[in-house]
Design a protein around this ligand. Structure first.
Ligand code: ATP
Length: 320
């Protein structure tokens, strides 16, 4: 079995090839695979760790494309079911020279929305060391949220370390109030919470990293909060009161910020799997995030161990 497990919805992504054109005007797109939790899984595998991804796709060519692509990344597909009655979720993404691209999602009623909680009972957690949970999957449908909660409960009962990234997607929720309430509840079941500084404002009304950390440290299981502060890196606080900032890396040319937060999560997860300290884990999170923003795809920048070592050498830093 695998060291890491995650649950999410893969998205067939149509990425614009026309820089700074709106999605209204762009005519040329190419097809790639996206999905936040899947990005994490791909990056975890690239750094040498085994990982299973739980999901459901349609039986049509898009679903087959997703499974073929996930296989090519050597991420486990044992718990990806095919649904003959629903289509695979997809999205259209702008190409921008600076800032965040516009992304339009087509995912309401997708196959992943119908992932049955019976699948969760069959998931073998025996060798799982870390599970990565994010706020997207519980937002896509009531059924998906039920499956997500069932998995979370099994993980908590077995005391398996969990990371939680709020990954706010307001368009998937009925109201902001419902989103905030549910995300903050789900965060409280995680050992490590990974909010972004901008999410803090929406979720608990502050942009102050320490106030955000203190808020999530009140969660019933949470003992570490790592607040992602974009180019500035990460602010970390632990339940014993220890706190520190790990500075981000200077990037001269940001190509696309999508996948930076997922990169941070996978950096943290793999470092912890390798027995590194929390500080080293945050450093690796920053490194993977900085590498990712320099590439156009959603996960192209995630490094192998050799690439990570080369990056650290160039930057003159080390995880020790
Ligand atoms: P998203 O959800 O858009 O991926 P996020 O809010 O979850 O983002 P960010 O803070 O934007 O997360 O990015 C995650 C990490 O990636 C940061 O903590 C930082 O280490 C790195 N990073 C992001 N943007 C930059 C940048 N412009 N330069 C250097 N590092 C960056």
């Amino acid at each position: 079995m695998s060291e890491v497990i995650t649950i999410g919805e893969p998205l067939v992504t149509f990425a614009s090839e026309e820089i700074d054109k709106s999605l209204v005007d762009a005519l040329k797109y190419h097809k790639i695979m996206g999905g936040a939790e899947l990005n994490v899984a791909i990056g975890v595998k690239r750094l040498g760790h085994s990982v299973e991804y739980i999901s459901q796709v349609g039986e049509e060519p898009f679903g087959q494309f997703v499974i073929k692509t996930i296989n090519s990344h050597q991420v486990g597909t044992k718990y990806i079911s095919s649904d003959p009655d629903h289509w695979t979720g997809h999205q259209v993404k702008q190409l921008v020279s600076k800032g965040d691209p516009q992304v339009v999602n087509y995912r309401k009623g997708s196959a992943a929305c119908y992932l049955s909680k019976d699948v969760i009972d069959k998931v073998d957690l025996d060798d799982v060391k870390i599970a990565h949970m994010s706020g997207i999957f519980p937002a896509i449908s009531a059924e998906a949220q039920e499956s997500f909660r069932k998995l979370y409960k099994r993980l908590n009962d077995k005391n398996i370390l969990t990371t939680f990234d709020p990954n706010l997607r307001p368009s998937l929720w009925d109201s902001e109030e419902q989103m905030v309430k549910t995300i903050n509840e789900l965060a409280s079941y995680a050992d490590i919470v990974l909010p972004g500084i901008n999410e803090g404002k929406i979720l608990m009304g502050s942009e102050d990293p320490e106030e955000i950390a203190d808020f999530y440290l009140k969660g019933e299981r949470t003992n570490i909060v790592m607040v992602k502060v974009g180019p500035d890196g990460a602010f970390v606080k632990k339940s014993d009161g220890e706190k520190f900032t790990v500075k981000g890396f200077k990037v001269d040319h940001v190509v696309d910020t999508v996948g930076a937060g997922d990169g941070f999560a996978l950096g943290v997860i793999t470092a912890l799997l390798e027995g590194k300290s929390i500080k080293a884990a945050a450093l690796r999170g920053n490194a993977v995030g900085a590498l990712q923003v320099q590439t156009p795809g959603d996960n192209d920048g995630y490094p192998t161990h050799d690439e990570l070592t080369t990056f650290y050498e160039k930057e003159g830093v080390s995880e020790e």
